[in-house]
Write a protein that binds this ligand. Structure first.
Ligand code: SF4
Length: 474
């Protein structure tokens, strides 16, 4: 039984870690003493490998114990190799308010071996090139799922070869037939794809392939958690170390079971310390396309997107989707970004002066808060309208304008200080600042404290161009 399980999964304290450190306060780790290092370890800011004395032979046992204590509740598994590698799982907790989630849900887009070469290449390139800037982050897709629908091993092998030559992303090879799976693996023998899937009938052959090609393996038992866990146990006993669990994804009346199964597995791993449940979870929202009949494609894509969203929130570590339109992928990738940020830290940008276009001494000066969503919205409105302007970002500790004013994070004092610190006085000859409409309550105080004339701007930054035409006079 692991140390963590013996301790009843109680919260780790720095003392638990400190007890096993060399306790010589040598500072080789870059912090002042062993206790400070232990605190950073508990907060996952440093790793135990950064303590050189701990890596010495005489501390072997303590190092092993620490590794066990710090092991995440959900195993981290690597799909792909080198630059293509993608980590999945590695979760420490069930809820994101307990600790930041690690390794955002990997999203794979499928191709099949019955698609034309042109369609395969186009889908792969579209997946590789998907990129969307969202509050300072680039949203991307993560994997290509190559599905065998033809039942033809040679066809599958050729398509896996084509995909592996085309994509920069890791692959998931999907077939329940071990002979076909082997043909696919032979086409990319060193690619370490995720192999989908071992079930109660084929597990031995799939396990052999996973061991032979050193690739992670999905264990699949749709809506049958007992079989799934016992399958994972059997695979582990056979020597397969990197296993992903697929408890099944179902539409309509099966949606409740789907979410319950994901939740039960993650709860068992994080709250119950069950190591067999402590494996990454795979969801397959593309089941929305099964038996679609006459249903319009756009409706199916919408259904697929909402199942994907539900599963991102309910602990999925990897998802396979078919729809690849920007409009259906954007909500999913934006939600993922939001779920995987640190809930303890406001999403903020650095305060200071930002320059848009080529402003001169007569250009308008705005201010906004350093809440990332506010900043990037204003920045995008200035950028896309090709405005020449200065924008002073005030440190509001990550609060938006209205909540910042209400919560005293955005005060006239802070605005006046930000104006002074920005150096704007040496860049423009006027002394006028356009403030967000939502900060109008503090306009008088800003004027008083900064000595700048305040113009109350629009409440919505999309109206800035119109506002400047109508109201800006340097
Ligand atoms: S390197 Fe290790 S022994 Fe030295 S201060 Fe840091 S934690 Fe302590």
């Amino acid at each position: 039984m692991s140390e963590k399980k013996k301790a009843g999964l109680k919260e780790l304290s720095p003392i638990d870690i400190y007890k096993l450190l060399p306790k010589i306060n040598c500072k080789e780790c870059g912090v002042d003493n062993c206790m400070a290092f232990a605190t950073k370890i508990v907060n996952r800011e440093l790793s135990i490998d950064q303590c050189p004395p701990l890596l010495k032979k005489e501390n072997e046992k303590a190092y092993a114990k620490l590794q066990d204590i710090l092991k995440p509740a959900v195993k981290e598994i690597i799909v792909g190799v080198g630059d293509k590698a993608k980590k999945i799982g590695g979760k420490l907790v069930m809820y994101r308010h307990e600790f930041t989630y690690k390794n955002p849900t990997a999203i794979a887009i499928d191709v099949t071996d019955e698609m034309s070469e042109q369609e395969i290449v186009s889908r792969v390139q579209k997946t590789d090139n998907f990129s969307f800037e969202y509050i300072g982050n680039t949203l991307k897709l993560d994997m290509i799922a190559v599905r065998c629908t033809s039942g033809d091993a040679d066809k599958f092998k050729a398509v896996v070869k084509k995909v592996s030559e085309t994509t920069k992303l890791p692959m998931i090879l999907c077939t329940l037939n071990p002979a076909i799976a082997e043909a696919g693996l032979m086409a990319a023998p060193k690619a370490r794809p995720l192999l989908y899937a071992a079930n109660a009938s084929n597990w031995k052959d799939m396990a052999e392939l996973a061991l032979m090609y050193n690739c992670p393996l999905v264990a699949s038992a749709p809506n049958d958690l007992n079989t799934l866990v016992s399958l994972a146990k059997t695979l582990m006993a056979y020597g397969v170390k990197d296993i992903v669990l697929d408890p099944g994804t179902f539409m309509n009346e099966g949606l409740g079971d789907t979410l319950n199964n994901f939740t039960m597995l993650r709860r068992a791993a994080t709250k119950g310390g069950e190591e067999l449940a402590g494996l990454p979870l795979m969801g397959v929202p593309m089941v929305a396309w099964v038996d679609k009949g006459e249903t319009a494609d756009d409706l199916i894509k919408w259904r697929e997107a909402y199942i994907a969203s539900m599963l991102i929130v309910r602990y999925a570590d990897v998802l396979v989707l078919h729809g690849n339109d920007g409009w259906s992928l954007l909500p999913t990738t934006v939600l993922r970004q939001n779920i995987y940020t640190d809930p303890r830290k406001p999403v903020a940008v650095a305060p200071g002066l930002k320059v848009f276009g080529t402003p001169d001494e007569n250009s308008p000066v705005f201010f906004t808060s350093n809440f990332a969503l506010t900043y990037y919205t204003v920045a995008s409105d200035l950028d896309t309208n090709k405005l020449n302007a200065y924008l002073i970002v005030v440190d509001t500790e990550g609060s938006a304008i209205d909540s910042g004013v209400a919560g005293r994070k955005l005060t006239a004092e802070r605005v006046a200080e930000a104006i002074k610190a920005s150096g704007i006085e040496g860049k423009v000859k006027h002394r006028k600042i356009i403030i967000p409409g939502k900060a109008s309550r503090i306009s008088g105080e800003i004027e008083e404290l900064s000595g700048w004339k305040v113009q109350v701007g629009p409440r919505d930054s999309s109206e800035i161009p119109k506002y400047l035409i109508e109201k800006w006079q340097p």
